[in-house]
Write a protein that binds this ligand. Structure first.
Ligand SMILES: [Zn+2]
Length: 122
C-alpha cells in the first residue's frame, strides 16, 4: 500500500533506524514501518500524524540523549494530542527545505496552524 507522503523507497529507509518498541507519542502507532525521512539529517516523521522524530544522532548531540527522540517541544505535545484526538489528521511538522516537494505536508501544517490560531495557541 502506498502511504501518504512516500515518494521514493529511500524515504522508507528510516524504518531501518527504528527499534521495534518505539511508539509515536501523539497517535500511539508503532514507529517501525511507519516513518519516512524529512530533509533534516536523521529526522523522520510518523507517517500517521506527521510528528518528527530524531532517529540518528547528528554531530554535536549529547550521547546521553535517547533515540528516537520526539523533535517537538514538550510544552506543545498536549496541543498536538488534542488536535489528533479531535481531527485524526496529520500535522505536517517535519523539517522540509524544498517545500514545493511537500505540498501535501504543508497543507496539513497550514490546517494545523489555523486550528492553533483559533485556540490562541502561540
Ligand atoms: Zn504518530
Amino acid at each position: 500500500m502506498v502511504k501518504s507522503g512516500v515518494r521514493h523507497d529511500y524515504d522508507l529507509r528510516s524504518n531501518l533506524c527504528t527499534d521495534d518498541e518505539a511508539m509515536c507519542v501523539v497517535c500511539d502507532e508503532k514507529l517501525k514501518g511507519n516513518t519516512r525521512w524529512t530533509d533534516s539529517f536523521g529526522e523522520a516523521v510518523c507517517i500517521t500524524c506527521e510528528i518528527p522524530y530524531q532517529l540518528l544522532r547528528p554531530s554535536g548531540m549529547a550521547e546521553d540523549v535517547e533515540l528516537p527522540k520526539c523533535n517537538i517541544k514538550p510544552e506543545w505535545l498536549p496541543r498536538l494530542k488534542e488536535y489528533w484526538e479531535e481531527k485524526r489528521q496529520p500535522m505536517g511538522l517535519g523539517t522540509y527545505l524544498i517545500t514545493r516537494d511537500y505540498e501535501e505536508d504543508l497543507e496539513h501544517r497550514r490546517t494545523f496552524g489555523r486550528w492553533c490560531e483559533e485556540r490562541g495557541y502561540g
